[in-house]
Design a protein around this ligand. Structure first.
Ligand code: UDP
Length: 329
């Protein structure tokens, strides 16, 4: 049985679907603080998954799951992921993302479970010293969110040395798009991410999409990011687990398309995919946004055999279908 923490969330739920399709038995563990019970109900219609509500900050909650099921490996998503909030409320991030994961690792050790795939982030690199960013780029996070994820990477390295617990750390760049059948999708409250915010401004209510700064040192002045499709990302988790099963070796991989798209670029693509004009204005820069971030993901391709297949336009189209579903809820 595979334990997927945070399986009611955005990337987690897409990964659950990927694992269901591959025939795995799955138990999802989620505190439903940001995840949604409706997502769990949808996943339970797609496959025969178990759900356990609980919080990693309470070690008894996770202990119960390991007592109840025979867990073979863990895919670990459960975390808070808002950079801005992590700056104003760092304790929440260290308590949940770092201490919560420590509880998970200790429980794994106690029950002899020795494989984990971890949802890390390019935020562990901090301000880029060069692009594209490869896995050897120095890690120097500039906010508590990134630091909390880096702390987990370090714990995992040391739990491997001490207990032989093998981990694959996947450092994601920007994640985009939704399930091709619109069953699950990106559902954050509040929504802060680029593509859903552009799309939401097409649903009336006089909303105007805001570009956060057009005076960056990039060709069109807006920030450049690497938007990797969520279904491609989900597939990488399965390849990572298969790699762990095969090689029994800890490692780290960047996941991105290796293609930088500017905010303006993404906005233009949204107008093109939707075939309509979207209201837009340029406002002040958002604090803490580096000008340019994109991945060198060659290692994931060559070592894991990962083949990201979806384009930015695919991600926008699936995200739009999902937004339409969401707007009716
Ligand atoms: N962005 C924007 N308007 C928005 C949301 C985001 O201009 O309403 C920009 C943001 O400044 C960044 C890029 O889009 O340059 C991607 O931001 P997002 O929050 O999606 O992801 P991040 O890169 O912060 O992880």
């Amino acid at each position: 049985m595979i334990l997927i923490t945070g399986g009611a969330g955005y990337i987690g739920s897409h990964t659950v679907i990927n694992f269901i399709n591959a025939g795995y038995d799955i138990v999802v563990f989620d505190n439903l603080e940001n995840g949604h019970i409706e997502t769990i109900e949808t996943l339970q219609k797609i496959g025969n998954i178990k759900f356990e509500k609980g919080d990693l900050r309470n070690i008894e909650d996770i202990e119960k799951v390991f007592n109840k099921y025979k867990i073979d490996a863990v895919i670990h998503f459960a975390a808070f992921a808002l950079v801005g909030e992590s700056v104003t409320n760092p304790g929440k991030y260290y308590r949940n993302n770092a201490f919560g994961t420590l509880n998970l690792l200790d429980t794994m050790v106690k029950h002899g479970v020795k494989k984990i795939v971890f949802s890390s982030t390019c935020a562990t690199y901090g301000e880029p010293k060069y692009t594209p960013i490869d896995e050897k780029h120095p890690q120097s996070p500039i906010n508590p969110y990134g630091t909390s994820k880096l702390m987990v990477e370090m714990m995992m390295k040391e739990y491997d040395i001490a207990y032989g617990l093998k981990s694959i750390k996947l450092r994601y760049f920007n994640v985009a798009g939704c399930d091709s059948l619109s069953r699950v999708g990106e559902w954050h409250e509040p929504e802060t991410h680029l593509i859903p915010n552009i799309l939401k401004s097409t649903f009336g209510e006089g909303k105007t999409f805001k570009i956060f700064g057009n005076d960056y040192d990039t060709p069109d002045g807006t920030c450049i990011r690497d938007y990797v499709n969520v279904e491609d990302l989900a597939q990488a988790h399965r390849l990572a687990l298969e790699y762990l099963n095969r090689e029994n070796k800890s490692d780290v991989f960047n996941l991105g398309t290796e293609k930088g798209d500017s905010v303006k670029n993404v906005f233009d693509s949204c107008e093109k995919v939707l075939g309509q004009k979207i209201p837009v204005e340029v406002v002040e820069r958002r604090a803490g946004d580096p000008a340019k971030l994109y991945a060198d993901a060659n290692k994931a391709k060559t070592v894991l055999g990962w083949k990201p297949a979806k384009t930015l336009e695919n991600s926008i189209a699936s995200a739009y279908e999902w937004e339409k579903t969401l707007s009716k809820r």
